[in-house]
Design a protein around this ligand. Structure first.
Ligand code: ATP
Length: 308
């Protein structure tokens, strides 16, 4: 028997970053938005321990050792239930760009939690799965939840948000990834350089944008586009100046909104129809400012077991 879970990637339609806290983290006001571009994780019987395989264009960049977040999720779930050394094989079909600012590793962790839970017949309550997910990483609980949600704290305190309609996105994938911690460090450095200070006494705790929350209920991509913000964007652009050309190419080709996705380097573009998204993806690829571009849509539900 095998169990396959499909899990969405996320884009942050708002990423508000507070000052650096004494514990090294930043308070965030993070509006996560789940998109149909996603991975699939299949859990099946293994021989010993947790083994991994991965397929997809970026499979070579995915670690297949104990550091893989999907493997860590399987081991954490087993330990939580007092299961001795689990024997499970996890196969990841990877479509989410690796180190792209779309929480691909976190998505695979959420998928592995659900897949192993079903494979092992554990029936873990949703609240417990959420807690285990938060232990694995601040973006993992949202991959379980899906839809659109406000994340506070480090991102793990989640509140589902009302949203109307479906929005058509294009994600332009860059060559090579960006390290999320490095982008946060660059954000702090740029704030220092601008004389703002970088600590939580210098920078106010961010709040969800009322204009964004209102725009999400209009179903109007132009209204949403006007309220998109990402406090990490200047840092991602500073580390990867070529992204400015990607954003400009998407805007010139008719995107109604453009921003860096999370810590980047993937760039996200809003369009006003599925046809416009397909045309924009083709134009972005032709522009030579990205490696590939994927049209997709959202919001979509969180990680779910596929029938069969
Ligand atoms: P985030 O948006 O949450 O900051 P990201 O999308 O930028 O994350 P990931 O794709 O999650 O980045 O990968 C970050 C690093 O995590 C990779 O470079 C890789 O070494 C490691 N990693 C661990 N497990 C996985 C996984 N299942 N898939 C992809 N990367 C993984």
């Amino acid at each position: 028997m095998t169990v396959t879970v499909r899990v969405p990637a996320k884009v942050n339609v708002q990423l508000g970053v507070g000052g650096l806290r004494a514990d090294g983290f930043h308070d965030l006001a993070n509006v996560f938005f789940a998109v149909a571009l996603g991975d699939e994780v299949t859990a099946g019987p293994g021989t010993a321990g947790v083994t991994l395989s991965c397929e997809g264009p970026d499979a070579g960049q995915v670690p297949l050792d104990d550091s893989n977040l999907a493997a860590r999720a399987a081991r954490l779930l087993a330990a939580h239930h007092g299961l001795a050394e689990p024997a499970v094989h996890l196969h990841i079909r990877k479509a989410i760009p690796v180190a792209g600012g779309m929480a691909g590793g976190s998505a695979d962790a959420a998928a592995a939690l659900l897949a192993c839970d079903a494979l092992w017949g554990l029936d873990t309550p949703a609240a417990t799965l959420h807690d285990l997910a938060a232990e694995l990483g601040s973006d993992v609980p949202f991959a379980l939840l899906g839809g659109v949600a406000l994340g506070r704290g480090r991102g793990e305190l989640l509140e589902p948000l009302p949203v109307t309609g479906s929005y058509h996105w294009v994600f332009a994938v860059a060559d090579g990834g960006l390290s999320t911690p490095a982008v946060f460090r660059e954000c702090d450095r740029l704030r220092e350089e601008a004389g703002l200070g970088a600590t939580d006494t210098d920078i106010p705790t961010p709040d969800a944008s009322p204009a964004l929350l209102a725009a999400l209920t209009t179903g109007d991509p132009k209204a949403l586009a006007e309220t998109l913000t990402n406090d990490l964007q200047p840092a991602a652009l500073s580390l990867r100046p070529a992204l400015a050309a990607t954003l400009a190419a998407g805007t010139a080709a008719g995107a109604v909104g453009a921003l860096v996705s999370g810590s980047g380097p993937t760039c996200a573009f809003l369009t006003d129809s599925a046809e416009a998204a397909a045309a924009l993806a083709a134009a972005l690829e032709a522009s030579g400012t990205c490696r590939t571009a994927h049209p997709t849509y959202g919001p979509v539900p969180g990680a779910a077991v596929l029938p069969g």
